[in-house]
Design a protein around this ligand. Structure first.
Ligand SMILES: Nc1ncnc2c1ncn2[C@@H]1O[C@H](COP(=O)(O)OP(=O)(O)O)[C@@H](O)[C@H]1O
Ligand SMILES: [Mg+2]
Length: 271
């Protein structure tokens, strides 16, 4: 209704909620005081200049930072209302429900078939593996290119195909959320467009959170955009700390941001 104020997103629409999250490496804060509610079934893009902490935040959402020595987090990350950092929570289970696709395609040095089947089997999948391999590769839009060579190594595929294989491998585990850290930055433009098309399909079944340095990509694929920036630490060490400047619908961020820094960043004044 025109003129009516927007209703607050209900909790049921939020899948991940960051509540006053600060992440440090050793004694040095990398990102500070982040509050952000990520809606379910949408694509959320994280943008901002290099070093502002996008990857750090993304990795905190499925406890991937646990694997980095010296990395610590305060605040809360709620997934479906429950704190994923609660001592009772198994990080492996968190990563099963919140999967991740990395910047460099990293298929296992196994057959295309096994790239999909391996993780599913480990996770106790009891259904038909052939079907799972086929549907996962189809959902990731790489089936046609793979169907006649399922026994060949995943590493024999092109970079773009490898990345779609990695997406297929991730969705075969049937996560709720897929995290993607600059998934196209190592790919050519045609492969990039294919991955973006794949994301439009995946959105029907998954929540996607993507880090991208490509603003056109954020515009093309995302519903929501979070703009992060970094400022100098008070310590005078020259180090910087990242923070969330603005989070809103993508068209709002790109067409009428409320913060000057957002405007400057999207118009290419820094980055
Ligand atoms: N493994 C790490 N160990 C120590 N510092 C790190 C590590 N990863 C990132 N950082 C630091 O955290 C800050 C944010 O980095 P990052 O999350 O990679 O930013 P972005 O993805 O936005 O480029 C940077 O200052 C970076 O040097
Ligand atoms: Mg990064």
């Amino acid at each position: 209704m025109k003129g009516s104020s927007q209703t607050k997103q209900s909790d049921r629409e939020i899948t991940i909620s960051l509540q006053n999250v600060t992440i440090s490496y050793g004694n040095s804060e990398a990102v500070r005081n982040i509050y952000c509610d990520i809606p379910r079934g949408k694509v959320t893009a994280l943008i901002g200049p290099s070093g502002c902490g996008k990857s750090t935040i993304l990795r905190s959402l499925n406890r991937m930072n646990d694997l980095i020595q010296g990395c610590s987090l305060t605040g809360r990350v709620l997934f479906e209302g429950a704190d994923i950092y609660d001592p009772k929570v198994d990080p492996v289970e968190v990563r099963r429900r919140i999967g991740m696709v990395f910047q460099q395609p990293n298929p296992f040095p196994k057959s295309i078939y096994e790239n999909i089947a391996f993780g599913a089997r480990i996770n106790g999948y009891t259904g038909n593996l052939d079907e799972l391999v086929e549907t996962s590769l189809k959902k990731a839009a790489v089936w046609d290119e793979c169907k006649d060579k399922l026994n060949e190594s995943g590493c024999s595929l092109s970079g773009g195909q490898q990345q779609r294989l990695c997406i297929a491998r991730t969705i075969a585990i049937q996560p709720d959320v897929i995290l993607m850290d600059e998934p196209c930055s190592a790919l050519d433009p045609i492969s990039t467009l294919k991955i973006e098309e794949t994301m439009h399909e995946l959105k029907k079944n998954f929540t996607i959170i993507i880090v991208t340095h490509n603003m056109q990509q954020a515009l093309r694929v995302s519903d929501m955009t979070a703009f992060y920036n970094a400022e100098k630490l008070e310590t005078g060490s020259g180090g910087k700390v990242g923070y969330l400047v603005e989070f809103n619908k993508t068209d709002k961020i790109f067409n009428s941001p409320t913060q000057k820094a957002t405007q400057d960043y999207i118009s290419g004044k820094f980055g």
